[in-house]
Write a protein that binds this ligand. Structure first.
Ligand code: M6R
Length: 626
């Protein structure tokens, strides 16, 4: 939800900022903008260029302009306050144009601040909450310049102290970067509740909303923590707290490189990421089962015996991650014999669930930065429930706040529609189920090893499923004219039906819904009309015969049935108009194979309709607002 970037110490700051924005555009693409300190050393001037629309509009606006400068900040926006217009695009500047701010997050007390500034005679140029921050920081800077006797801070930057004072007035979430002509080679940044990553190498300092923005420059990164400020200069980065005392973020080395965030010949990131799934599955499982036959988490801060005393599990997540949690429920209940509730994080955080130290809350989020999921986890911790995070981002807010972490190792996912991160979340949820079974001794070590081996064996089987791509593309072109798709399934297939529908609506903008097949006759079957596609997950399971009847019911009413069936199942083949055959695997693992044809179907329908597959309208990759 918005991407911010900053660079100081490079003569071509404008190009670095533009390139950084290109890597962050998946976080929001309603508008883009940049500010560069240009002019001469004696007379620096702040130049701001910003445009509504995708980054291409900003590039076009920048082309032909001379914007020399060694420091710059940039922003790619997912609009919250104010429509996506040039005026509301970031950066926002102070009244005298000397200071520029980019922001990711929401300032919740914006109405009070707006009223206060307007009462003081400040003229506002936009409808955004961010512009208010620019005026507040500039006002504090001017007070400091006039000399108010404040003690110098450890970082020695007046701008930093001005930002420190301004953020104390803010309620809400922010990752902020500020540029000021008065300190031309300094960028000051602050964070609360929205991510910010820092990097420094060889006379250049960078900041970005996520690793994708920095990876072209350095793999040694520092995650700025909540209530910290950073002062970036070409000479280095100084991190401090809100009192101005020296502090430190979390430093680590990124274990993927710039190639991982490139399309590598695929027409879209989404297709590349679908094809990366066999490897992502293998990576997520790699080394998990120790030589002594025991499973371990990546990070473990639980008290001794804490997990053995768990008697109830909640899974909290949003969107696709919620569907992964739903799949995980079947495995945890079956293998670890624990009752599991799966909840949408934005609902859970405002409920009053019965939680205690014996309730394990599993928070699933590929980004580890989804505001609602973080808040749901915090809600659980407030009631002394231990929290376990499943995330794809090492060092993310969710990972840092949890008592234990299991990382998915999907690598960077740039397509806004989650694919390989979903599949690895399901794999991780299965590993977690086995881990809990080990802790609770509900499975024997050899049973755990056997289930783990079955998971490992899915890699080559996923390759077989991907081989259906061409057929699915043909089918997608045939079905793309439909205006309503139904996805039906039972048991562990149900979350895959929901995920298939979400994927399709997300990137094709067609209406799609997933239903438990047994519920059809209680209402949704009324939606079926002649030729409407019904996609059924009908692989081998103890409820397959029930599903067979449901297929007959929808087909009798004119639906065109596309069934995902286990290879060599003549009954399902006879009950469907089109069959996609999947390898025969344990019914709890079948969702891992079944989701792939649905991802491909959504992809090819979107391509057939000429949609923007990687950056679908109105969406953003990481949802850092409520
Ligand atoms: O980063 P998270 O996994 O917490 O994100 C949750 C959802 O925003 C995300 O899964 C979203 O639904 C995707 N666009 C789905 O493709």
């Amino acid at each position: 939800m918005c991407g911010i970037i900053g660079c100081t110490g490079r003569d071509d700051a404008v190009d670095v900022v533009l390139e950084g924005l290109a890597t962050l555009e998946y976080r929001g693409y309603d508008s883009a903008g940049m500010a560069i300190v240009s002019g001469t050393q004696a007379a620096p001037e702040l130049r701001v260029v910003k445009r509504a629309g995708k980054l291409a509009s900003l590039r076009h606006a920048v082309e032909g302009q001379s914007l020399p400068g060694r420091s710059g900040i940039g922003h790619t926006r997912w609009a919250t306050h104010g429509a996506p217009t040039d005026r509301n695009s970031h950066p926002h500047v102070s009244g005298d144009g000397s200071l520029a701010v980019v922001h990711n997050g929401i300032i919740e007390n914006h109405e009070a601040l707006r009223a206060e500034l307007q009462a003081a005679g400040v003229e506002l140029a936009s409808e955004t909450d961010t512009e208010l921050v620019a005026h507040l920081v500039a006002a504090e800077r001017d007070i400091l310049s006039a000399g108010d006797g404040a003690a110098p801070t450890t970082d020695g930057s007046r701008l930093a102290e001005a930002l420190r004072r301004a953020v104390r007035r803010l309620e809400g979430q922010y990752a902020l970067a500020v540029l000021d002509v008065g300190e031309p080679e300094t960028i000051v940044a602050a964070r609360y509740g929205a991510p910010l990553i820092l990097g420094h190498d060889d006379g250049v300092s960078w900041l970005a909303s996520d690793i994708a923005g920095l990876i072209a420059h350095t793999r040694d990164v520092e995650v700025l923590l909540d209530r910290q400020l950073a002062v970036l200069t070409p000479g280095g980065i100084a991190v401090s707290d809100l009192d101005g005392q020296e502090s430190e973020g979390v430093r680590y080395k990124v274990d993927w490189d710039v190639d991982a965030a490139e399309k590598q010949g695929y027409p879209h990131f989404m297709l590349k990421e679908i094809y990366e799934q066999p490897q992502a599955l293998t990576d997520t499982l790699l080394g998990r089962l120790g030589e002594d036959g025991t499973l371990a988490l990546d990070e473990q801060r639980f008290a001794d015996g804490e997990l053995r005393r768990i008697d109830k599990v909640y899974v909290v997540a949003c969107g696709t991650s919620y569907h992964a949690g739903m799949v995980g429920r079947y495995a945890i209940e079956h293998w670890a014999r624990l009752g599991v509730e799966v909840e949408i994080a934005s609902e859970f955080r405002y409920r009053d669930p019965i939680l205690n130290p014996h309730t394990l809350v599993i928070a699933i989020s590929q980004s580890g930065e989804t505001t609602d999921t973080i808040a749901a986890a915090a809600h659980a911790r407030d009631q002394r429930a231990p929290v376990l995070a499943v995330t794809n981002v090492v060092g993310s807010t969710l990972a840092r706040q949890a008592d234990g972490v299991l990382h998915t190792r999907a690598g960077p996912e740039i397509g806004v529609a989650a694919t390989k991160t979903f599949l690895t979340q399901v794999v991780a949820a299965d590993v977690l189920a086995l881990f809990l079974a080990q802790e609770r001794r509900t499975l024997l070590p050899e049973e755990i090893a056997d289930a783990f081996a079955r998971l490992e064996a899915l890699g080559p089987l996923l390759e077989q499923v991907l081989a259906h791509d061409e057929r699915i593309a043909e089918l997608a072109h045939r079905l793309a004219g439909a205006d309503y798709f139904m996805f039906i399934a039972r048991h562990a297939g149900l979350p895959i039906a929901l995920e298939g529908a979400l994927k399709l609506k997300e990137i094709s903008y067609l209406h799609a819904e997933g239903f438990p097949a047994g519920e059809m006759k209680h209402g949704p079957i009324a939606l079926i009309d002649d030729g409407g596609p019904v996609i059924a997950i009908a692989t081998r399971s103890h409820v397959r015969s029930k599903l067979l009847s449901n297929l007959a019911e929808v087909r009798a009413r004119g639906a065109v049935v596309v069934a995902l069936a286990t290879e060599g199942d003549p009954e399902i083949a006879a009950a469907a108009d089109h069959v996609i055959a999947l390898p025969d695997v344990h019914e709890l693992l079948a969702p891992i194979l079944a989701v792939v044809p649905l991802q491909l179907l959504a992809y090819h329908v979107a391509v057939a309709l000429d949609r923007d597959v990687d950056q679908p309208r109105n969406l953003a990759k990481t949802v850092t607002v409520e």
